[in-house]
Ligand binder design. Structure first.
Ligand code: GAP
Length: 495
């Protein structure tokens, strides 16, 4: 029987969500292309993300920036020296493996951040052999995950493809601070492509070499933000938390935001945990039992972070809770690094004080989030696939069908579809039985289908069908735009 991962991958490729890039030439490990449905879904996710997170404060803005960064900037950020994974090579077949993944595959525990000597000792203790040929593994060695590029006709300028979008925000901080209103907090969001030379790309959209991030960097004054944050509004919110020593058990417990603050987390950090959770549970409709924040221990967290909780969604296709994002307190690591590296002062003046802002980063993997929504959405009804995507994320939010292809119904249906297309991506379909047409739209996640029949010609009403309940309701054609808007934003239901 195909696994859930295979089912999802098959749907993705067959219908046009995501597939291996360059497959005409046998593929290109770690690189993927989005088809027509995937690209539309991605765009919808990005729109909803921007609306949510730029909506947190009037001083949060979207910027865009270069993908290639010179070595000096990435040296100052710490990536040249510290952005490494441990690699082991088989002494027999020469295959390379990521050391922590080999250990994780055998024990089920996380080994990220373990040093080379400890990793080698663990490999010996567990008698780990090459998974490909069972040969002996050589010593582990650090491997920098950035893709180097040589810029200029002689390749004289060393540079790298950016490993995270965050650097664009740090490099533009000073200019934006001056162009905006010289106020903190100031948020700079970037959505864009990143590149990491993953040693073993795997699990489709989970570990890619080129992937998309949506990141918001919030620059703040550490002396004042804790009191300024509107914490009371979320103090009683239950937040799904697995602390570092609990997360291995695979669950979480709900602690109120106030309990977390009493336990030592800053109010501004906890406030943003609540906002990120809200995005997943409400906006993306992730079932509550499938969402948690998982704390990273000092050993596990990225070199730039002081507080680090991963955002995780439990996905059957990937075998459990999997990281889709992170809430990172990066302190003044980045601006401090760039200030030292560039010799430009990055301190700003706030209420007569010189402040080097600290950074709270809300970081999201777009591809991983999309995969998670496909995983959570895919179900079966009466032997047929139904993809329950949130209406605002669905690539085709509505489809219009004439019941039969005669008596003027196709013309009327086309007119209605064209009218709705002013607001949404709407498909017109008159091929096959109405049941087949419903099934085709259910399979690609379309939440609402509209049927035009002979009654439409008499009384001007149309039928709206809900993908999830299959309920149908007649509504006047003249109110269809309003009805669909309310259905899409969740303020009404069919039926
Ligand atoms: N700026 C912070 C940062 O880059 P990260 O945890 O390394 O932090 C952020 O990456 C998010 O980017 C992850 O939570 C994940 O969703 C996504 N991501 C990271 N590496 C990825 C990869 N190889 N393939 C797909 N998504 C990835």
């Amino acid at each position: 029987m195909p696994s859930r991962y295979e089912d999802l991958w098959s749907l993705s490729v067959r219908k046009g969500f995501l597939w291996p890039a360059v497959d005409l030439y046998g593929g290109f490990a770690g690189f993927y292309d989005y088809g027509h449905l995937g690209a539309a879904m991605k765009r919808n996710w990005e729109d909803v993300w921007l609306e949510t997170f730029l909506g947190l404060d009037e001083n949060y803005h979207l910027i865009d920036g270069t993908i290639a960064l010179p070595e000096a900037a990435l040296k100052a950020s710490g990536h040249v020296d510290h952005f490494t994974d441990l690699l082991v090579r088989c002494t027999k077949c020469r295959e390379t493996h990521r050391a922590d993944h080999l250990l994780e595959d055998i024990t089920g525990e996380a080994y990220e951040g373990l040093g080379a000597a400890e990793t080698d000792a663990k490999i010996r203790e567990l008698k780990v052999r090459c998974p490909k040929c069972k040969g002996e593994l050589g010593p582990s060695q650090p491997f920098n995950m950035m893709f180097p590029i040589a810029v200029g006709p002689l390749g004289q300028d060393r540079a790298y493809l950016r490993p995270e979008t965050a650097q664009v925000a740090y490099l533009n901080f000073k200019r934006e601070f001056e162009a905006l209103r010289r106020k903190l907090p100031m948020g700079l969001a970037v959505i864009g492509r990143c590149f990491r030379n993953e040693i073993s790309p795997r699990q489709g959209a989970y570990r890619m070499r080129e992937f998309l991030q949506a990141e918001l960097q919030i620059f703040f004054d550490p002396a004042t933000w804790d009191q300024a944050i509107p914490f009371d509004a979320i103090a009683a919110a239950p937040i799904h938390i697995a602390f570092a020593d609990e997360k291995g058990k695979g669950g979480f417990s709900a602690r109120t935001a106030k309990e977390l603050v009493d336990g030592g987390l800053p109010r501004w950090y906890t406030y943003h945990l609540a906002k990120v959770q809200d995005f997943f549970l409400r906006t993306l409709a992730v079932p509550p039992e499938r969402f948690r924040f998982a704390e990273l221990s000092e050993r596990e967290r990225a070199f730039y972070n002081k507080i680090h909780f991963d955002v995780e969604v439990r996905q059957d296709s990937l075998g459990g809770f999997k990281e889709v994002g992170g809430v990172h307190y990066r302190s003044d690591h980045d601006l401090g690094g760039h200030q030292a590296g560039s010799r430009e002062r990055l301190e700003v003046s706030v209420d007569g004080r010189k402040v080097l802002p600290h950074v709270l980063e809300l970081s999201f993997g777009v591809d991983r989030s999309l995969w998670a929504l496909l995983d959570l959405g895919l179900g079966v009804r009466d032997g047929k696939s139904v993809l329950r995507l949130p209406p605002r994320i669905a690539p085709i939010p509505a489809a219009v069908f004439p019941l039969v292809s005669k008596d003027g119904l196709p013309e009327r249906a086309r007119e209605i579809a064209a009218n709705l297309r002013r607001r949404w991506r709407v498909l017109y379909d008159e091929g096959g039985s109405i049941g087949k047409r419903y099934a085709r739209m259910d399979e690609v996640g379309t939440p609402y289908t509209i049927t035009i029949d002979h009654d439409t010609m008499k009384d001007g009403t149309v039928t709206v069908r809900d993908r999830d309940t299959t309920e149908q309701k007649r509504v006047p054609e003249t109110s269809l735009l309003d009805v669909l808007s309310e259905l899409m934003d969740g303020s009404r239901t069919v039926g």
